[in-house]
Design a protein around this ligand. Structure first.
Ligand SMILES: Nc1ncnc2c1ncn2[C@@H]1O[C@H](COP(=O)(O)OP(=O)(O)OP(=O)(O)O)[C@@H](O)[C@H]1O
Ligand SMILES: [Mg+2]
Length: 326
């Protein structure tokens, strides 16, 4: 029955009972007698109780809908409110669920667009750094070398220092370009790229061990890029926030896919740490390839675990080509 009819029937029943009592044998004296007070109060209590029960039952689905709306999080898609209750409420819940379907689809599409634009932009900047700034610095380096060869002895030391500074600038630019565009991913494959990532983050104070199993199932190019970027952000967070001295980067095959684990022995996420652009970015990338990402602090006294489970390439017609076929 619709909410309108429920409330109407309830009100009508109350009024009809009251009218029937007034027209019928019941009389109320002035001043009212104790027996009559009892009958009126009992009748009123019964009416109010029925009213409250029917309204509570009728409005409960609205309360559930409100809670579902408050908990809705597009980065954890798939949760839907249960359709129940009177017709209007059920329609409202169905419309809300359809709206969530639409929002999730639109969000996935726009996140995919934004992330691929970001990757394109990184490629462009990396290429320009490498080709433009890198070439210019290389030319400067050669020029300095020529000048140094012809320069008087007392200038050579200074020229040598300038050469050294140029060389380290060049190395820095190559390093930045490599981070922006995981070129090793194209050239050497995922495992080498991750190995070199672990090496890059191993600095004084932090040792990153890697356990990268061979024999992984075929993965799409997109999945490899997501695994790489998630590992990169997780290790960046370890270096920036964890205060850890050890971290581990692990990639191994699991049923129907692979699991990436980045683990550190640092201070853990802490109660107040909100999710910034880095973790949200990881979640969005995971959503793009239908992978599941869990970010957690270990209970045994600190340390953070970032776990990403991604499906293997199954050869579907509408999916991207696996890396091996490129
Ligand atoms: N491995 C970690 N150990 C301890 N705290 C962490 C770790 N990773 C993340 N955090 C906490 O979680 C917060 C959110 O991380 P997130 O990567 O989303 O943002 P961010 O690193 O602060 O900024 P950015 O957008 O540059 O990545 C961090 O500010 C930090 O407090
Ligand atoms: Mg971060």
């Amino acid at each position: 029955m619709s909410l309108f009819w429920r409330i109407f029937v309830l009100d009508a029943a109350g009024l009809i009972v009251a009218a029937a009592l007034l027209l019928g044998p019941v009389t109320v004296s002035t001043p009212i007698l104790p027996g009559e007070v009892l009958v009126v109060v009992a009748g009123l209590a019964a009416l109010l109780t029925v009213n409250a029960v029917v309204l509570r039952l009728g409005l409960a689905p609205l309360g559930r809908l409100g809670r579902a709306m408050a908990d809705a999080d597009l980065l954890h898609p798939g949760a839907r409110a249960v359709v129940s209750g009177p017709v209007e409420t059920a329609e409202l819940i169905t419309t809300y669920n359809a709206m969530l379907d639409r929002l999730e689809a639109e969000r996935a599409a726009s996140a995919a667009g934004a992330l691929s634009a970001q990757e394109r932009e990184r490629h462009r900047i990396a290429r320009e750094l490498h080709d433009e700034v890198g070439q210019t610095l290389t030319a400067v380096l050669l020029q300095l070398k020529r000048v140094a060869n012809r320069a008087p002895q007392d200038l050579r030391e200074e020229l040598g220092q300038a050469q050294e500074a140029t060389r380290s600038g060049l190395d820095e630019i190559r390093r930045i370009a490599r981070r922006l565009r995981p070129g090793v991913l194209d050239e050497l494959g995922l495992l080498s790229a991750l190995r070199s990532l672990a090496g890059e983050f191993t600095t004084h104070g932090l040792t990153v061990r890697h356990d990268l199993r061979a024999g992984l199932p075929p993965l799409t190019e997109e999945t490899e890029l997501v695994l790489y970027r998630v590992a990169q952000e997780a290790l960046t967070n370890t270096a920036r926030h964890a205060g850890a001295d050890r971290a581990e980067l692990r990639l191994r095959p699991v049923t129907d896919g692979v699991e990436l684990l980045v683990q550190d022995n640092g201070r853990g996420l802490g109660e107040r740490a909100g999710e910034g652009a880095g973790i949200r970015g990881m979640r969005e990338r995971a959503l793009l390839i239908g992978a599941t990402l869990t970010v957690s602090s270990r209970a045994d006294g600190g340390g953070t675990d970032i776990r990403l489970r991604a499906d293997a390439w199954t050869g579907g017609a509408d999916t991207a080509t696996p890396v091996g076929d490129r």
